[in-house]
Design a protein around this ligand. Structure first.
Ligand SMILES: O=C(O)CCC(=O)C(=O)O
Ligand SMILES: [Fe+2]
Length: 292
């Protein structure tokens, strides 16, 4: 990694206004101790209990997935994985700020994507995103005196993530940059470059987390990860929140059992706009295929 910008400050004594300023300025905040020790244990136990499975296979209502292979195994739709995943839908360490930053309470929140990622040695995710993108989910603004952030990722560390562990990297402030990151500019796609380890790009900084910490960041930040050089696994959980009018990324239809268990507040985040049917109609395979 070459030439990181300023390190993240110690925000422990900051006022709420200073933390807002920091989020607007840098595009991210680090939430120390966002998960309880008990939640961490249950999350890691859940991973340990999963049978080996390949992308495309389902473990109940959780789909095994990978973006590009080298970024590791994703357990998608992981809110279906049990109570610990349900209680994090409105995790108290972030939900009020997420709600405020997305639209100051003028919209409903939507869980755009919820997945757990396990990444092994040599794994990485390429450099992606940035303020140059003409996309709502890359939009972060406060120009009107009101927050409007199209997507906030809450990335929770389930293992310690330090040097060599394949940390997430960000370019601080890049959500406000009108220019594309130069190495992303060489890519065929302006949003993502698969073949470039993000940490090798200038001005990126590794975000080191203790298990239980969370990185809360706008998806408009130019980011990615380092390649993991240490043996073992990096385990993270990502919940992405958007305004209710942004389609969920993969549009998993929540199971009846999950919806029955969730509190009204959580149900609304998982499915802010329920499908509407004329009497007697149901979601058929044909309807699903039309939209896939
Ligand atoms: O794996 C990471 O550290 C970052 C993940 C990420 O940016 C993504 O999944 O979009
Ligand atoms: Fe990302």
């Amino acid at each position: 990694m070459s030439g990181a910008l300023a390190p993240y400050p110690d925000d422990s004594g900051m006022s709420a206004a200073e933390k807002d300023y920091l989020f607007d300025l840098l595009g991210y905040r680090i939430l120390r101790g966002a998960l309880t020790a008990e939640q961490l244990r249950r999350l890691n136990d859940w991973i340990d209990a999963q049978p080996p499975a390949k992308p495309g296979e389902w473990l109940g209502d959780v789909e095994v997935h990978s973006y590009q292979g080298h970024d590791g195994t994703n357990y998608q739709n992981v809110v279906e994985g049990g109570p610990v995943f349900e209680e994090l839908i409105d995790g108290p360490a972030w939900i009020d700020d997420v709600r405020r930053y997305i639209c100051n309470g003028t919209c409903a929140l939507s869980l755009n994507e919820a997945f757990l990622n396990v990444r092994e040695q040599a794994g990485y995710i390429g450099i992606h995103s940035g303020g140059h993108l003409p996309s709502l989910i890359a939009t972060t603004r406060h120009r009107t005196g009101q927050w409007m952030v199209g997507q906030i990722n809450v990335l929770m560390a389930l293992t310690d993530v330090g040097p060599g562990d394949g940390a997430t990297v960000i370019v601080p402030g890049s959500h406000k940059s009108d220019l594309i990151h130069p190495v992303l500019a060489e890519s065929a796609h302006p949003a993502y470059r698969d073949d470039f380890v993000a940490a090798d790009a200038a001005m990126t900084a590794e975000v080191h987390l203790k298990a239980g910490d969370a990185l809360m960041f706008t998806d408009g930040l130019c980011h990615g990860s380092a390649a993991r050089t240490n043996p073992g696994e990096r385990r993270i959980l990502i919940y992405r929140y958007s305004p209710h009018y942004v389609m969920p990324r993969y549009n998993y239809v929540p199971s009846d059992a999950l919806m029955a268990r969730l509190t009204p507040a959580r149900r609304s985040i998982v499915q802010p706009v329920p499908p509407r049917f004329a009497p007697g109609r149901t979601l058929t395979d044909g309807a699903r295929a039309r939209f896939s």
